[in-house]
Design a protein around this ligand. Structure first.
Ligand code: C5P
Length: 399
């Protein structure tokens, strides 16, 4: 029995770890919503000694998200497993969820040596709705959700410091998702300052992800190679101003008025264009089509456009779909374009995981469910896929 939003339901038999009787958490099914993110701003402040870059970024979670269910595996199963349905997932993203489980187990073994040794294997199910490798943080969000869900399944906790350390060890965007709300991130992503929620219903966004792969390390590499904005201070100034205004309390109307500024507040845009030249024509075509400022999330390639309401963003999805069909919006790369209307997440609870407030038009392929095993308890390699059931629904497809 599972519940439709964060939380747990299930059988009895919890309590102390091994020995006689069922393992800790037996019968529990922990369901977590793993939201996508947008970088409203992204300023690269400099390069660090460890090769990473110091950032200043205002990040917000979206109502679009994946659903992660974590259960204690039946006793016959020897290792952690991951079953994926929905959109196709790259091996790296599979790895991140199972690596999160392994990292939590290791951190628990350090913090609670006696209990940590007895933690049973976990079965993880992921319904993938966030376009992958898109600058929307889907893999990082899944990893953060896996940390929380593993702790809940094992009915234990880590200190905030070790949870944050586990998150940072998995990826620069993972700490943001532990904060579960809008935040300013600095450092390489490990410093997260939560921001107050917007004072009114947050705006909607159109997300357009062209079907071409843009590698984040390649984009940072191009930035180091000189593909930078003409004004090196602009993104930082806009980012710091936006953070200050959000701290003081900002309305949706005020944020919508900043759209033009936000379109100029991603230091990685020239680098993304230098890695994938076609992106520039694509962005210009999208700007002409929607008649609004187009912004990039993270290292791309997802481009986003802000709208006052979800109905407006859904209208824009239809416009994009039509433009693709008529050849007025170029398709890039080998993959297919995805256009999604969703909302910036507000102060209210995340949406039910089976009926998210999102309207998605995925031109991309969905994959059948498949299972990845992690029997060794160590990092897994490339997952072996096996189709073992029908794909799950991808949410509200209404327009
Ligand atoms: O931390 P994560 O694995 O998400 O980072 C992917 C790559 O992006 C890093 O290997 C690095 O090249 C680049 N990166 C960076 N500075 C950051 C975040 C990421 O240089 N703050």
């Amino acid at each position: 029995m599972t519940r439709d939003r964060d939380g747990a339901e299930g059988g009895s038999g919890m309590g102390a770890g091994s020995g006689e009787g069922p393992p800790v958490g037996a019968g529990l099914h922990i369901v977590r919503f793993a939201p996508a993110k947008l970088n409203l701003t992204l300023a690269v402040m400099g390069r660090r000694d460890d090769g990473y870059h110091s950032l200043h970024s205002v990040m917000v979670p979206l109502m679009l998200g994946d659903a992660l269910t974590v259960s204690v595996a039946p006793q016959a199963i020897a290792g952690d497993t991951l079953r994926v349905s929905g959109l196709a997932v790259s091996p790296g993203e599979d790895n991140l969820i199972l690596r999160a489980v392994v990292a939590v187990r290791a951190a628990l073994a350090l913090e609670h040596p006696r209990a940590g040794a007895d933690l049973p294997p976990l079965s993880v199910r992921l319904v993938k709705r966030i376009p992958v490798a898109a600058g929307l943080g889907g893999g990082s969000s899944d990893a953060a959700a896996a940390i929380e869900a593993a702790l809940a399944a094992w009915q234990t906790t880590l200190t905030p410091a070790s949870k944050a350390a586990v998150a940072a060890s998995l990826g620069s965007d993972v700490p943001f998702f532990l904060a579960q709300g809008p935040a300013v991130i600095t450092g390489r992503g490990e410093f997260v300052e939560p921001l107050p929620a917007m004072q009114s219903e947050p705006p909607a966004v159109l997300l357009v992800t062209p079907g071409l792969a843009v590698s984040t390390p390649a984009v940072f590499g191009a930035f180091e190679g000189g593909a930078r904005p003409a004004d090196p201070a602009r993104a930082r100034i806009i980012s710091e101003n936006l953070a200050a205004r959000l701290r003081a309390g900002m309305t949706t109307t005020a944020l919508l008025q900043e759209a033009q500024q936000l379109a100029a507040a991603n230091d990685l845009l020239p680098a993304a264009i230098s890695v994938a030249g076609e992106l520039e024509v694509f962005i210009r075509s999208l700007e002409r089509l929607v008649g609004r400022p187009v912004c990039q999330s993270g290292s791309g390639p997802t481009q986003w456009v802000m709208y006052p309401t979800l109905a407006d963003a859904r209208k824009a999805v239809r416009m994009v779909r039509l433009a693709v069909a008529r050849g007025n919006l170029p398709t890039l790369g080998d993959g297919e374009l995805s256009a999604i209307a969703t909302l910036i997440a507000g102060p209210t609870a995340p949406p039910p995981v089976r009926r998210g407030v999102q309207s998605d038009v995925h031109f991309g392929r969905a994959n059948g469910p498949r299972t990845v095993h992690n029997d060794s308890g160590a990092d897994v390699g490339a997952p072996g896929g096996s189709a073992d059931g029908p794909p799950e629904p991808k949410g509200d497809r209404s327009r």
